[in-house]
Design a protein around this ligand. Sequence first.
Ligand code: ZN
Ligand code: ZN
Length: 595
Amino acid sequence: MQIQLQKIRKPLFLAMFAIFFTACASNEVIVDTQNTAKKIVQSNSFTQYKDDFIENLWKQNPGWALYSGYYKYDDKLNVPSALNRISDLQDTKDALIGLQKFDPKNLSAVDVTDYFIIENALQSSIWYTEKFKSFEWNPSSYNVAGAFGLILNTEYKSLDERLRTISTRMQNIPDYYAAAKENITTPTLEHTQLAIQQNQGALGVFGDSLKSKVAESGLDAGEQKKFDARRRASIEAINSYITWLQSKEEALKATDSARSFRIGKELYSQKYQYDIETEYTADEIYALALQEKERLHLEMIKISHSLWNKYFSTPKPNDELIMVKQLITEISKEHTQRDNFVSAVRDQIPALVAFVNDNDLLDQDPSKPLVVRETPEYQRGIAGASINSPGPYDPGANTYYNVTPLDNYDEAGAESYLREYNDRMLQILNIHEAIPGHYTQLVHANKSPSLVKSILGNGAMVEGWAVYTERMMLEQGYGDNEPELWLMWYKWNMRVVMNTILDYSIHTLGLTEADAMDLMINQAFQEESEAKGKWRRATLSSVQLTSYFTGYKEIYDFREERKAALGAEFNLKDFHNEFLSYGSSPVKYIKNMMR
Ligand code: ZN
Ligand code: ZN
């Protein structure tokens, strides 16, 4: 049920991140030229800086490069050893010094935001290595499967060539896992268990189906033999890592010596700044989320009072939140059938396109239609929906809206899922994922000439935009202001608000699992299974869950600010088009540019 945006799935941290800063292009040589000339010259060398920055980013993160559609280093698997980490850290510090030779005041609008995005990436990489140090305590950060699966399943060159690439790339797998064991000194129990589970899954990539692919391929006998030896060594290395983790897990339990998954207030506040890049502090966004929760409750109660008699002949419960919950449950019974789920999504898209056009909400690009499809088998985890975008190096490729059919559910599971994504909620999901949410934002972002923004896209802006569009569409009259649709949206939005409250409270205030479950089930009207999943996610990650609310709050408040400032001059379509023209930048920079 997790909604994921494939494009921004990047490694948890940029520890493998380094710049060999060579071009050291400073503006000292042109001191006495006039200002415009200076701008141009500096801008040219800043372009060079950015090119080097990205090239070295890929050199140091070949797996991430693959996810971005950059295949030059596809046969490289870097070993996460202490030695490499120290040298990467030094390179990152050098790159920061190199960057700070440029004066943002002399850069163009696009470059200024790029400058700050790169600066944040470098500073954050240093912070992750020196302070956050998840390489010591998060065993699940070590897993080689994803990139191998991607090479196998992406037809960027012939299958034979990809198999040869895989063969080369497998050579470092034993060293990779040996380094992982060296690094892990203070694991949490939760990340240890996750790592065991995920690496067991990783074995599948190197199993019989890979073996038979090689057997049927054009690789000659010698190549095949070499391939198989490396494949076996890979399986052995992964198995040995799993066994090692399993004994770690036993020891942690026996001695009760695991590191807490709660990262604590100090790390949390810092991580919030690096990951979200907002003007708010973590404390402020938490306070705002608490306030918003109260506002949403009041609105939901108001609607529920007005709708009650339409759905029930019994008297209203005395507890108003119970009244809301009962009404939501009742309205959720209006849903599509399990066999129709994917087509129900597909059928809704044209109405969304038309509504955006008819109401002049923002520009769309008919030459880049959204393709709704069943999620390919190899991408299926739990059921869900996600946008699979082409990435910065292949902007012409199709954008897919992956929707996972409910094949793997039993009757009760499917019914519960369909009630969650009932007729009204499904429309909100489609606004969020597709039009004018993630898909539309990505189309605009791909028009932005900045590779930096395409690659280091700000998650809070991306998620915030999608959440913002849900409310914007309803406010513009999508669904004819139907109270049922609004009620569902409030419930959906409450999840976003609750994510922030939970994440902050769990990591900095010691919120217990029982209290968290109570909050989600009784105040945010979530099902127990969903709440359990959310608890687990909040124990395995930090800060990311706040990105939705932070970005949404920033964008919505900024629009209101512009409306007030411009009065009759304010035009919603212009606001949206300009807002999206800066690509996936942190909202605080977009605000500066637009002001
Ligand atoms: Zn039903
Ligand atoms: Zn989203």
